[in-house]
Structure formats: structure tokens, C-alpha cells
Write a new protein. Structure first.
Length: 569
């Protein structure tokens, strides 16, 4: 039987119980009503008739008048048609006989009194018979009511117990399998595929159990068949990770360490068995290197390993599944060889730049002597050649100076001489330094100061060099007979130096790379390009003084370079 038919049968059974209770109640109510109506209809009417006859007889001691005779006749006839009790017929017949004698009797008062007495006795007898019958029938009605009450109570109690048992047990027939199915599904979600349902019924629950068991069997087979492959892939991946020169640490979404390779264990100095399964912040409290990996955002980390200094770069990769981060992997790339090559390159550039400054200075000195007429006169063509040599030597000297500055920054040998100075001193020196170049291009420099500027805490030489570099670039990229705006103002407690030109501007896609080393904006003219180091060095100089440097530009409207310095205490 299907669940639908079982539900129909169950609710039909409850409906049948309700009909049975209603039928029994109606039956016993009808019996009580019938018994009560018999008492009122038969016996009570006889008593009324007898009382009416007695009243008519007692109204006169002599001969009955016509009204009395009519009253007696009417009630006596009704009584003769309402005989219900044993002995009532004989008493009624005797009453009729005595009444007829009373009607035929003349004026003998003594006989009339005697007959009246006998009539009263017969009337009382008939009344007594009906009153006794009323009491009897009332007792019968009470007995019927009591029996009906007991029977209805028993049947009602039985039906209540049956219905209560049905209400308690029948919902469980539907709910219990669903609850068990829910629990099994929860276990399936936990990858426990050994779940089975045992519904021994030939309805939909039985079909559901069979389908569920088939599903879990197939899932278990699938899991078992892939488990060996998964374990093989796991071991293969672990072998690959352990064979890498880079340190690798894997964390789950709750920051617990789930894997770590041999290189990472060596660098951290903690065995693998003491790392796997531990809470990463707890390990960070015990190990300085691990704390730096978890907290610090360093691009390059120097670690003493294998009896030598090694360099590593940290990368953090998030592991995402269904748009949710389920963990992350920290990778320590071994960049020791690249660092050594970079240091060799830096030392080479520093050495070459230093060695080049001496002959270039000698060339400049020789040019100065040649330009002196006391050494000898030169013609116009020779002056032009000497001018070209002077421009090239000045350019070479600038390049070697930038290379030396970059070498200092890269090697960490940048020496800063901090002091307190007024921004006007920096501006005046820088403007004087670029005035000759500005005049050649007919570019004017518009300087604007805020009132009451505070002094700044900075390296005067390095900061002036940065401002000169920004002004030189602005002049190079400005149109002839244009203006470069130099603005100095207070910004959130710091002092901002801003250089704005009105040249061609820089495309937005290049702004993020403008301070990178050796980067040159594509499309610039030959006389506008340099080594690509000036802005990178300026950035290092300003950030070394805890300042900030930036650029704003709109293509066709010019560029604004700015940097900030801390005010002196």
C-alpha cells in the first residue's frame, strides 16, 4: 500500500470513529426522549382526567347538574381510551358502573354519599396505579440514562485510546523515516558513505531506502576507487614540494599548518612533526623568522642558512574554492644567486661610475682652459665643437652621478645628513641651479609659498637634488615660452613641494611605472629622455626621509610631481 493510501486509511479510520461516537449518542438520546414522552403522554394524562372527574363530583353533594355530568362524561371517555397499566381497565369499568348508578339515583342522599365515596376510592386507585407507573417508568428512564452514560463513556474511552494511539504512532510512521534519512544525509555530507536505510515496507519509503542504499554504495565504490589515485598524487606532490629549493608552507582557512617542505623546516629551524597541525600564530610567538613570514610584508628576507647568508623573496598565494578562501600558501623563493649577481652589478656600476668621474672632470677642466683666450684663439667651428664636447661631458657627468647615487641606494650605503631648514632655502637653491636651462628654453618658473611655512627636517643636499631633478624634467617637457609652477604649502602637518608643467602629460597606463628604475615614457623626444634613474633615485631619497612622492597627470594638460617632508619638531 502506498503512503497516500495509508494516509487516506488513517484519516478515514478517525472519521469512522467520529461517526460511531455520534451514532451512539443519538441512539441513547432518542431512547431517553422516548421514555420521557411515554411518562408525560400516558400516565400524566390519566391523572389529569381523574382529577377533573373528582373536582366535578365534589362540586355538589346532591344530584349532578348538566355541566358536572358533561365534565365527568368527557374525562371518563378520554380515560376509557387511555388504558395503559395492568388493573386500570377493571378500575375504569367499575368507575363507569358506579357513575351510571349515581346518575340514575334519585334524591336519596345517603346512597349518593355512599356512591360518591366509592367513586373517590376508584379515582384514587386509578391515580395510584398511574403514579406508581410514573415512578416505575422514571426509574426505567434513569436506569436507561445511567446505562447509556456508562456505555457511551466506555465506548468513548475506548475510541479515545484508539484515536490517541493512532495520533501518537501514525505521525511517527512518516516522521521517523524522514528523520533517519536526514541523519544519513548529514553523514554523507561528512564523506561517510557507509550509510544504509532499512525501511521494511512496500511503499514509497521502501523505494526511497533502496535508492538511497544504491546511491551510497556507488559513492563508496567511487571513493574507494579514487582513494588510491588520490594518495598516489598526494605522495607525488609531496615529493615534488620537498625537492624544490624554495620553502613552502601551507595553511588552512583557520591558520593551522597543514604541510611544510624540508627547505622551509631547515630555514625555520623546527622539525616537520613539530609544525604540522599547529596553530600558525602560536608558532610565530616562538620563532622570529616565522613571525616575520606571518606578519611582516618584506619583499626580500635575509636568512643565515647552510653556513652562509641567503636571500629569499616571500610570496603569499590564496587558495580559493567556489569564491571562498580556504587557505593560503607561503612560498620562500631562493634568490641568493640573483642577489649576488645584483650586488656584483651594483659594485661594477659604482666602480665604473667612480672611475669615469675623474677623466670627465679632467675633460671639463680642459674645455675651460681651451675657452680661455689666453691659451689661444679658436675659430667659430672649434667653438661649436668645444660646445658639443662640453654638453656631452656634462651629460656623462650627470649619468655617472645618478649611477653612483643608485649604487649607494642599492647597497644600503646611503648617508643622510638630517637637519632643520626652511623650505625657502631648498627652493632658492634649486631654482638658481635650473635657471640657465629654463632661460635657454624661455620657460619661467612661478614660485608660490604658503604663509608661515614651518621648517622641515630633511637632508638639504638630497632634497635639493630631488627638487632640481623635478624642475629639470618639467622644463624639458614644457613648451617654449611656457610656465612651470612651483608650489610649497602645508598639507596635514607636512610640507608639500609641487612642480607642475603644462606640457604633453603622461598617459594613465604609465603613471604606476613612472618611478621604476630605467623606465622611460614611450614617445618622448631624444633630448627629453635620460637614464630612467632620476625619478627612481628621487623616490628613494624622499622615502628615506619618511616622506612621500607622487605624480598626477592628464594627457595634453601637463603633469604635477610632488613630494612631502616632515616638519621640524
Amino acid at each position: 500500500m502506498t503512503i497516500k493510501n495509508k494516509l487516506r486509511a488513517g484519516f478515514g479510520f478517525l472519521f469512522l470513529l467520529a461517526i460511531v461516537c455520534s451514532g451512539l449518542s443519538i441512539y441513547f438520546l432518542n431512547r431517553l426522549s422516548a421514555d420521557s414522552s411515554v411518562i408525560l403522554k400516558d400516565n400524566h394524562e390519566t391523572i389529569v382526567y381523574m382529577r377533573n372527574i373528582a373536582v366535578a363530583i365534589d362540586q355538589s353533594n346532591g344530584q349532578l347538574n348538566s355541566d358536572q355530568v358533561q365534565a365527568v362524561e368527557s374525562n371518563l371517555v378520554k380515560q376509557e381510551h387511555n388504558i395503559t397499566e395492568p388493573g386500570e381497565q377493571q378500575a375504569t369499568d367499575s368507575l363507569r358502573s358506579k357513575y351510571e348508578q349515581l346518575k340514575l339515583l334519585g334524591g336519596d342522599l345517603a346512597k349518593q354519599a355512599y356512591l360518591r365515596t366509592e367513586l373517590r376510592a376508584l379515582l384514587f386507585r386509578i391515580m395510584k396505579l398511574n403514579m406508581d407507573a410514573e415512578e416505575h417508568k422514571n426509574a426505567v428512564a434513569k436506569a436507561t440514562a445511567q446505562s447509556a452514560t456508562i456505555l457511551v463513556a466506555l465506548i468513548g474511552s475506548f475510541l479515545f485510546l484508539v484515536a490517541f494511539t493512532f495520533i501518537i504512532n501514525f505521525p511517527g510512521y512518516v516522521a521517523n523515516p524522514l528523520r533517519e534519512l536526514t541523519e544519513r544525509i548529514k553523514e554523507i555530507s561528512r564523506r561517510n558513505y557507509h550509510q544504509r536505510l532499512d525501511f521494511k515496507s512496500n511503499d514509497e519509503f521502501g523505494e526511497l531506502a533502496e535508492a538511497f542504499n544504491n546511491m551510497t554504495f556507488q559513492l563508496n565504490e567511487y571513493e574507494s576507487s579514487n582513494l588510491a589515485n588520490i594518495m598516489f598524487e598526494k605522495r607525488r606532490i609531496e615529493t615534488i614540494i620537498n625537492s624544490m629549493r624554495d620553502g613552502i608552507i601551507g595553511l588552512n582557512e583557520k591558520s593551522y599548518i597543514i604541510f611544510v617542505n624540508t627547505v622551509a623546516c631547515t630555514l625555520i629551524g623546527i622539525p616537520e612533526e613539530n609544525l604540522i597541525g599547529r596553530y600558525a600564530p602560536d608558532v610565530a610567538l616562538e620563532n622570529d623568522l616565522f613571525r616575520n613570514l606571518m606578519v611582516a610584508d618584506q619583499k626580500k628576507i635575509k636568512i643565515y642558512a647552510d653556513n652562509r647568508e641567503s636571500y629569499f623573496s616571500k610570496q603569499t598565494q590564496s587558495v580559493v574554492s567556489k569564491d571562498r578562501v580556504i587557505g593560503k600558501v607561503i612560498i620562500l623563493n631562493n634568490i641568493t644567486e640573483y642577489q649576488q649577481l645584483d650586488e656584483a652589478k651594483t659594485n661594477f656600476i659604482a666602480t665604473i661610475s667612480h672611475e669615469l668621474k675623474t677623466p670627465i672632470s679632467s675633460i671639463k677642466m680642459s674645455l675651460k682652459l681651451l675657452e680661455d683666450e689666453r691659451v689661444g684663439k679658436i675659430n667659430d667651428e672649434q667653438k661649436q665643437l668645444l660646445g658639443n664636447i662640453e654638453d656631452d661631458s656634462r651629460r656623462l657627468l650627470q649619468i655617472t652621478g645618478e649611477l653612483l647615487d643608485m649604487a649607494q641606494v642599492e647597497t644600503g650605503k646611503l648617508n643622510l645628513n638630517f637637519g632643520s631648514t626652511h623650505p625657502k632655502n631648498i627652493v632658492d637653491y634649486a631654482v638658481k641651479a635650473v635657471k640657465f636651462t629654463a632661460d635657454q628654453r624661455q620657460v619661467s618658473i612661478n614660485v608660490q609659498y604658503d604663509d608661515n611655512l614651518p621648517q622641515v627636517y630633511a637632508d638639504l643636499d638630497k632634497t635639493t637634488w630631488v627638487l632640481i631633478n623635478l624642475l629639470s624634467n618639467a622644463i624639458k617637457y614644457s613648451h617654449e615660452k611656457s610656465t612651470v609652477d612651483l608650489t610649497i604649502k602645508k598639507v596635514k602637518g607636512d610640507v608639500e613641494f609641487s612642480v607642475k608643467d603644462h606640457g604633453q602629460g603622461i598617459e594613465t597606463k604609465y603613471l604606476s611605472r613612472i618611478f621604476e628604475r630605467y623606465f622611460k615614457v614611450p614617445g618622448s623626444k631624444a633630448e627629453q629622455t635620460g637614464t630612467g634613474l632620476g625619478l627612481a633615485i628621487a623616490k628613494d631619497f624622499i622615502e628615506a626621509q619618511s616622506g612621500k612622492i607622487g605624480v598626477e597627470s592628464d594627457l595634453g594638460e601637463g603633469s604635477r610631481f610632488y613630494f612631502t617632508l616632515k616638519k621640524a619638531a
